[in-house]
Design a protein around this ligand. Structure first.
Ligand code: SF4
Ligand code: SF4
Length: 326
């Protein structure tokens, strides 16, 4: 089936998608992922959110309140996943984390490590530890040159300082404060085998920087946002999509994150995942479209809006916020 038959809003229509992918449905909402805005202290080359210090979008108070209210009313949503930009730069970030923890939910923060150096954020490691937040921290590669090429000069060194501060309060030591690193290819290719890169990264960071972590996951660079622009500029877009298409793996479908996650934009609109949010692909069918209209019965088994970009999640071992899928 061609993408020409897929929902409006999908820009590219040249690829064929597996019928099983086109018929994808959610199976429950176990994670509410809230995107607090586009502001970030970094401006990485691969950023699918196109975040940067010059962006100004932030989740409004009414939307924050609606997200917390949904969490209160639906105990089956076990995890609040907090992302952005740099979510810590939202003025209500700490209140949101505390509220969710008070409700007994797991809180996962997508933390870029260098935001700890921003004014007023030096105590983030203590805050995270005291609230027992799970941290998922991006570090494209264990070599400084590769990470700085993608994230900007000095980002690797700042990330190592951030990791040391987290280790100092107990993160990444296997005793209840989980620290996951996220690596992604620094270029237009698929990620390496997760276990091999985890082993190499663990050895290198311990030996060279005396830094430890619990787990490393690899993610595929999604062909959207700044990364898609870069692929287009360098004439690699079609080649990259061909690579993803050739590596399509149907075994990834049962574990795709959109099957158990619902994404909330800073403006309160609902999406199947952060990627669909960036592509402005609203929920399909007659689903509620905003967090204020949240209806678990309508959302739990909703049809998923898929497109060409989904080849990034389904290539090879698969890719998700939790790493490889098979
Ligand atoms: S990839 Fe992450 S750290 Fe980099 S600009 Fe985007 S949101 Fe910020
Ligand atoms: S991009 Fe990935 S997570 Fe999002 S709808 Fe497609 S397969 Fe699901």
């Amino acid at each position: 089936m061609s993408l020409a038959a897929s929902p409006a809003g999908v820009q590219r229509t040249r690829r064929s998608l597996d019928k099983a992918l086109m018929q994808l449905r959610a199976e429950r909402v176990a994670t509410l992922q809230v995107n607090l805005g586009r502001i970030c202290n970094q401006a990485c080359r691969h950023c699918h959110v196109e975040a940067s210090p010059s962006r100004t979008e932030l989740m409004a108070d009414a939307v924050v309140d609606a997200c917390l209210s949904v969490l209160e009313r639906h105990p089956q949503i076990a995890t609040l996943d907090v992302t952005a930009g740099a979510p810590e730069l939202h003025p209500r970030f700490r209140e949101i984390v505390e509220h969710a923890r008070h409700l007994g939910r797991s809180v996962l923060v997508r933390h870029n490590l260098t935001v700890q150096a921003e004014p007023g954020h030096g105590d983030l490691p203590d805050f995270f530890a005291s609230r027992k937040a799970e941290l998922v921290c991006s570090l494209p590669h264990y070599l400084a040159e590769a990470t700085d090429r993608q994230r900007g000069p000095g980002v690797f060194a700042g990330s190592i300082r951030g990791l040391r501060a987290l280790n100092a309060v107990g993160y990444g030591r296997g005793d209840g404060l989980p620290l996951t690193l996220v690596a992604n290819p620094v270029g237009a290719f698929l990620p390496p085998h997760q276990e091999d890169l985890e082993r190499d990264t663990r050895e290198h960071l311990k030996r060279q920087h005396d830094v430890t972590f619990d787990r490393l996951i690899v993610i595929t660079n999604m062909p959207i946002g700044r990364f898609a622009d870069w692929l287009e500029r360098t004439g690699q877009y079609d080649e990259y999509l061909d690579r993803l298409e050739r590596a399509y793996n149907r075994q990834t479908l049962p574990n795709l994150m959109c099957r158990t996650l619902l994404s909330v934009g800073y403006d309160g609109r609902l999406f199947d995942c952060d990627f669909n949010q960036m592509l402005d692909l609203e929920l399909a069918g007659r689903c509620p479209q905003t967090i204020e209209e949240f209806d678990m019965a309508a959302l739990a088994e909703r049809p998923i809006r898929v497109g060409e970009h989904c080849l990034g999640c389904t290539a090879g071992s698969g890719s998700s916020c939790g790493g490889a899928l098979t």
